[in-house]
Ligand binder design. Structure first.
Ligand SMILES: C[S@@+](CC[C@H](N)C(=O)[O-])C[C@H]1O[C@@H](n2cnc3c(N)ncnc32)[C@H](O)[C@@H]1O
Length: 333
């Protein structure tokens, strides 16, 4: 979809970094045909398969899956309650049934039952319901809505600096920037953003506290020469914003836990597909899936020896899909 957690958008990126600009808040699910192709052999042989969409977003993948496999039962999660509301509208306008669940309500065929929860806990949720999944999808990152409309600090234009997907959990980006020691900020920018000027930017932030808005942060990073070399294709603050978002939401921790626990919840013959958007995410998926396929080869098989990437047509039509990588694990039948 034209959104992903690549670079935030905003006036700072508008003129010089066209790759960071998304013309309208219009959802296009990434690698959709490939996801459907991997789901088909599993889902066509079952009358009411269970699909777990761990990152519902605007429900693009879920709607397509339900249309292709009308008897499926979808359990869908998103950490962000605003996204669940957006998904509800999309699913309903596609003529499909959508319910927001807080308990262990039934999963009706042909419908989406959603829940505000991190996919980190999805395996526990399936266990509590006594379910195994026939197809699991994680489409990582954030949505175009986060970048363009949420006003929570994901965009360089935002006057706030929160970045939490679930406002009930964790510290905001502003709290981290204004309270962490310089070494920790440097570590975040280096580890989660691979930002070459991590130390310099961290020192500048500490010297300019308080940092209260995304705009202020983006301007500061721009002044400090963030983003590295001159031949950049992304906005100079992209790496710092990505690093903060990952840290605020513990995105890598959640992914690692999901890749460790969710394969155990696959039914025989079922598949788990993960779409990642940067090397830190992809590395986790690659290692977890590869280790499982090696150490328990009689139970698990890696269906993607190399990650699946979008073709040139998708890249052209949906620029933010360019960094997408899909890896798929199968539990042997
Ligand atoms: C890239 S979007 C998904 C788009 C979706 N596949 C679609 O087609 O509309 C990622 C979504 O996952 C959510 N998200 C990110 N981390 C999450 C987590 N740990 N648990 C649940 N949802 C998460 C974000 O709020 C966002 O809505």
């Amino acid at each position: 979809m034209p959104r992903k957690g690549r670079g935030p958008t905003g006036s700072l990126s508008r003129k010089k970094w066209p790759g960071g600009i998304l013309s309208e808040v219009r959802h296009v699910p990434v690698l959709l045909n490939e996801v459907l192709d991997f789901a088909r052999p599993v889902l066509t042989r079952l009358s009411a398969p269970v699909i777990l969409d761990g990152t519902l977003g605007e429900a693009g993948h879920t709607i397509a899956l339900l249309k292709a496999f009308p008897g499926a039962r979808v359990l869908a999660l998103d950490r962000d309650p605003e996204m669940l509301e957006r998904a509800r509208a999309r699913v309903s306008s596609a003529g499909l049934s959508f319910a927001l669940s807080t308990g262990d309500s039934e999963l009706p065929a042909g419908a989406v039952v959603s829940r505000q929860l991190s996919f980190r806990f999805a395996a526990d949720l399936l266990s509590a319901r006594g379910l195994r999944a026939d197809f699991i999808l994680l489409d990582l990152g954030i949505s175009l809505y986060h970048l363009r409309g949420a006003g929570r600090g994901f965009s360089y234009n935002d006057q706030s600096l929160d970045m939490r997907l679930d406002s009930r959990e964790g510290r905001t980006a502003a709290e981290l920037l204004n309270h962490l020691p310089v070494r920790e900020l440097e570590h975040i920018f280096r580890e989660f953003g691979e930002e070459p000027r991590a130390g310099r930017i961290a020192r500048a932030i500490v010297g300019r506290r308080p940092i209260t808005s995304a705009t202020q942060l983006a301007e500061l990073v721009l002044r400090e020469g963030g983003g590295g070399g001159r031949r950049r294709r992304i906005h100079p603050a992209t790496r710092v914003f990505q690093a903060l978002r990952i840290s605020v939401n513990d995105e890598l921790g959640a992914l690692d836990e999901a890749c460790r626990t969710l394969p155990e919840k696959l039914a025989p013959g079922a598949r788990m597909a993960v779409i990642s958007f940067h090397s830190l995410e992809d590395r986790i998926v690659k290692h977890r899936f590869r280790d499982l396929a090696r150490s328990r080869a009689e139970e698990f098989e890696l269906l993607t020896k190399r990650p699946i990437r979008p073709g040139p047509e998708e890249n052209r039509a949906n620029a933010p899909s360019r960094s997408a990588r899909l890896r798929v694990l199968q539990r042997r039948g």
